[in-house]
Design a protein around this ligand. Sequence first.
Ligand code: ADP
Length: 411
Amino acid sequence: MSEKQRAILVLNAGSSSIKLSLFPEFAEGGDTPLVQGMIEGIGTAPRFAATLANGTECDPPAWDGGAELGHDSFYAFLLDWIGEHLPGIELAAAGHRVVHGGTGFEKPQLVDKTVLATLESLVPLAPLHQPHNLSAIRALQKRKADLPQVACFDTAFHRSIPELDQLYGLPRDLAQEGLRRYGFHGLSYEFIAGALPNYDTFAATGRAIVAHLGNGASLCALRNGRSQACTMGFSTLDGLIMGTRCGSLDPGVLLYLMREKGMDADALEHMLYRQSGLLGLSGISSDMRALLGSSKAEARESVSLFCDRVAQKIAALVAMLGGLDALVFTAGIGERSPEIRHAIVRRLNWLGIVVDEAANAEGRARISATESNVAVWVIPTNEELMIARHSRAVLAASGTAAPDMTASGLA
Ligand code: ADP
């Protein structure tokens, strides 16, 4: 009988979706996922789709009464599904995207009871995401107690942001309690920082700004490949206008909404995370493709404001870095929309940035014109691969024995 192929299960668990991929346990096995899949519509009408490395699409299962199914049943399903559909694969470890690592975790962690307790204590800092990330870890622990699990944080890459720049203009003791800028999308930025030397050795050791423009959107300033600033701060609401999130907001707006509209924390949270951004501004869609395809004035204005804010915040980061060697576009919008890239760079022409329109339209890696003072790149991000790489490294450093989760009250 042939030996099973060992693989790392990468999970990105959210409130309504669970994304999974499987990567070979060791780098020599390659960076192509053996399978990629997603359960969407959790809580409403869940559906599952997965694609194998050879392009085979897997048959989705039918869930009766799916709206009532909780996350735990989907993890059970996924483990069973892997067992049934990929009998040649044995799980070596699971790597998780965990949104918040607080100020303590600068690196991915092998999860044990102490790490898990610390991550639990960070739930108030990311109440919409952290509980789902941790419930994935707990669900796997319940079903596969000896499987090593690695937590990879969206905040960790930003721990290099200078201490002073992490502060808000608030009473300082609040910073001790955790009210500070953390920055997010760190796994994406880390991937890009790791890839940049393959494209641009000068910028990789110099000053670069990465624009991660997806449903969630943010910018990161890199110096010598290390994060110096991120437009997301305490939460994932700050900075750019996003699909449904508001971006930077005058805190006076919140006071007004509380006093005059009687909105409480839950109502504000819902509005700021789910009803604002491109969706709220346009009243049409949170999806950039839909807005670019619409002839309505509200769609055009929303896209225009989105680009204005990106350009303004890039300019602020250029001031912080004291100049700029490269601008990198990544994520759904950044990788696929020549129109948005053009609109943003046009607003930055005064910096001496010029796009080569043919290269931009064709989606080449380098889209800046030869006379541009700043190189402009389009580099696809890969957060899942970043998690797999981290998991490989953590496993190699720790030996693959499962950490002690006993007496942790996990069961
Ligand atoms: P997430 O943050 O959920 O991972 P993505 O990185 O996949 O999101 O980005 C989703 C966004 O990318 C959506 O607004 C979508 O409209 C946009 N997008 C995807 N393809 C294109 C395209 N060809 N042109 C413009 N926008 C696009």
